[in-house]
Design a binder for this molecule. Structure first.
Ligand code: SF4
Ligand code: SF4
Length: 298
């Protein structure tokens, strides 16, 4: 179950009521603050859940969830049940899960949620695990953990928590045309064996869905967006979406789209080059500071 703690797209009373119903029916479940964040760092729990017999996911729009798991390298089998608690009521969700609905069950669920283990640190391109999810204890009343000590009052040099906002590719729609790759200035996308991948979600600018707007096949989802179908909801009118993408591309890039994309490629390359130079300089500085006699130098 995803609580959507950062953006609140799953209303809290709905989440709590369904959690209460599950508890009342003695059905075990795992609640996480932000499924997007787990997918961004390819959390190994996702693979375990995807393989679990009879797995059910309660989160938001199924098209977003299927592709989030896919992006995390944990594809859900075709028969996995995805319940959309963003769109449906707790009662509808309970019915889909085969639970008898009882209005009284909502209360008291809060303190009895079984939580996904957050105790095994895994390498992440997004820094410490707490930087993208925040301490789970603060969101889900998780017991204090030595890995997530209580916040200190001392000044912190940690970056602010990362909002897990990034594009998710709908594989059933993407043609690998590379338009997103050429459009993005921040190196979010890469091309691997002819396939577009989102390898640097942490580079994405929070609340910017620009690449989704220019995708000619409506194949880019931002699960936390509030607008359909960028949020992963079903595409109601294919032709209208294609026309909209063409219009947005013209508005953003002007009439000579090829020239504009070439210019963006150049700017993106320069930006990445600068980032590489900075990384090399920092590595060199680090090496120098480790040389004997270099202690104390800056
Ligand atoms: S957008 Fe969907 S998957 Fe992402 S945190 Fe919110 S409910 Fe969960
Ligand atoms: S622009 Fe859309 S269809 Fe083209 S590669 Fe990107 S996601 Fe796929």
């Amino acid at each position: 179950m995803c609580r959507c703690a950062h953006e609140g797209l799953v209303p809290e009373p709905r989440f709590t009521a369904l959690a209460g119903a599950l508890r009342g029916a003695s059905l075990p479940f795992v609640a996480v603050p932000d499924l997007c964040g787990l997918a961004a760092r390819r959390d190994p729990d996702l693979l375990e859940w995807a393989r679990h017999p009879g797995r059910k996911v309660v989160a938001c729009h199924p098209r977003a969830i299927v592709n989030l798991f896919d992006a995390a390298g944990a594809p859900l089998p075709g028969d996995a049940l995805i319940v959309n608690l963003r769109a449906d009521s707790a009662q509808t969700a309970a019915t889909q899960l085969g639970i008898e609905w009882n209005e009284d069950r909502g209360s008291g669920a809060e303190n009895e949620l079984r939580l996904s283990s957050d105790s095994v640190p895994t390498p992440s391109p997004f820094g410490p695990r707490s930087s993208d999810l925040g301490p789970r204890s603060s969101v889900l009343d998780d017991p204090p953990s030595p890995l997530h000590p209580a916040p200190s009052t001392a000044p912190s040099t940690l970056p602010p928590p990362w909002l897990p906002w990034f594009p998710v590719i709908d594989r059933a729609r993407c043609t690998d045309c590379r338009q997103c790759l050429e459009f993005c200035l921040f190196g979010v996308y890469t091309l691997e064996n002819g396939r577009i991948e989102v390898r640097h979600p942490e580079n994405c600018k929070p609340h910017c869905p620009a690449c989704a707007r220019i995708c000619p096949h409506t194949a880019i989802i931002f699960p936390k967006h509030t607008e359909a179908p960028i949020d992963g909801s079903p595409i109601a009118d294919e032709e209208a979406e294609k026309a909209r993408a063409r219009r947005e591309l013209n508005e953003l890039l002007g009439q000579d789209i090829d020239a504009a994309l070439a210019e963006r490629r150049r700017r993106a390359a320069a930006r990445l080059l600068d980032a590489d130079k900075l990384r090399l300089a920092m590595a060199e500085r680090e090496r120098c500071s480790r040389k004997p006699g270099a202690e104390g130098r800056t």
